[in-house]
Design a protein. Structure first.
Length: 72
């Protein structure tokens, strides 16, 4: 996936949302379309699909204030 470093792809199984503890995954094309207005190289989406965290310069921002709500 463009914008997401290979090492981050391999580490996503270990990453969790700091708010809910849910697993995160790299945004699918459909999710990317939904988040297209945001300024980021990619996104890590929460397991329930209701929120995402931006990835900029290959570094995910997992701070609660970085959370971007998603419309289901």
């Amino acid at each position: 996936m463009e914008g997401i470093p290979k090492v981050l792809e391999e580490l996503t199984a270990l990453l969790r949302c700091p708010i809910t503890g849910q697993q995160l995954h790299i945004a699918t094309p459909k999710e990317l379309h939904q988040l297209s207005g945001q300024d980021a190289d990619g996104f890590l989406v929460r397991e329930d699909g209701t929120a995402a965290y931006p990835v900029r310069g290959g570094i995910p921002s997992l701070l609660p204030e970085s959370l971007i709500p998603c419309i289901l």
